[in-house]
Design a protein around this ligand. Sequence first.
Ligand code: SF4
Ligand code: SF4
Length: 441
Amino acid sequence: MQIQRFSGGFFFDDSSNRLKELFKVNQTEVVRFEPEFVAIPFDQHIGAPNKLVVAIGDQVQKGQIIAKSSADISGHVHSSITGTVVEVCEVPALGENTQTAAIIRRNQSKNHTESLIDANFSYEKAVRAAGIVGLGGATFPTHVKLNPADHIDVQTIILNGAECEPFIASDDFLMQKESHKILRGGEIAREILEAKEILVGIEKDKPKAIAAMEKAANKVKNCRIVPLPVKYPQGGEGQLLETLIAAESPLDGRSVETGAFTINVATAFAIAESVDERKSLTHRYVTITGDVKKPQVIYFPLGTRVKDLIDACDGFYGTPSRIIHGGPMMGKTITDLDFPLTKGSNAIIVFNEEHDGKVTESPCIRCNRCVEVCPVRLEPQNIDLAYRNDDLFTCDQLLATACINCGCCTYVCPARRNLAANITKAGAAIKNEKEALEDAK
Ligand code: SF4
Ligand code: SF4
């Protein structure tokens, strides 16, 4: 099977509404998947690399640290099953890269969960010990985010349940099933940051999630569920702040400067589990949809391979042409079905040959549509052009690093130019150059 490489944004024809129906997840019960093997990458966060602390042949428990974080901006990685470390090797990563992972084989006779987080730990220490990172896709360590600079006065905790990318239902399902725990995570964040209120933003097309969260919110002081317009990218931090508290988020991404602290609902859920149940982050919900025979949301142990989850959905429907990790707008194509899902995984979407909108780039016609849709008011066509000319200086002047990689510019471009992917690459190159300059000082 040939799986095309792709990065940022996604082209599909105007059958997207039909696809929404076809790819819809209809389920009421939690589906748990427990594979025989997991491949757990050591680094599943933004920040400094972890150090492997187990060896081949070691017996590990579910929840035990296998890759330890030492720097502040990093997060421990734990075993997601009880078993034996059978190999340490390279496994597929996003793009053309590989990553180092511990392969763990399940011990069928022992699958108990033991609390491995010290009962005396403070809230902040428990969150750090659990290895929690932003589960909305950012994977920034949550314990760092919960410790903003002294001058910042956080008034509002915002729980992001927008889940605005098409086809994804992971947070929707989580909110229906775990509303109390999600709000408990919000309360813990509120206590740590001494904030006043909790706001939960959920797009209006998730009525079951809104109903469940409203019911749970009745028991929480100063907590409101706010139904949001169904509009991509409503779940972007800046867009959410604009809608919920009419605040403009700084372009450098430090949205907490507005006095609002935003986390995804799945992160809030993980915070509650770490504090109240002393559980490490070992599992999460993922939507497996698109051209698979049985689209569903699955609760899976971190390190589960894509191919095992596709099998759990009764296999492909038709001949797969493109498989995306994440949503169709911001996700990235994966090229190897051995790819293991990690903390940052919320969806796998399969497009078969019939539904994969293949396109060819043509020259920019200066129509300005990309500028009109950009939620952070950038000039995508000019950044793209500068990047193609290897002109990172101009990319920097045009604020390429402020791009939130929403993919809107790519989606609307009539010339089908791969704007979002190039702008993301430009932003990464600028950051690398600046870091190298800092290191050289
Ligand atoms: S340039 Fe703007 S529209 Fe394009 S991906 Fe970045 S933020 Fe989105
Ligand atoms: S939308 Fe495409 S064609 Fe139009 S200005 Fe932007 S890059 Fe050029």
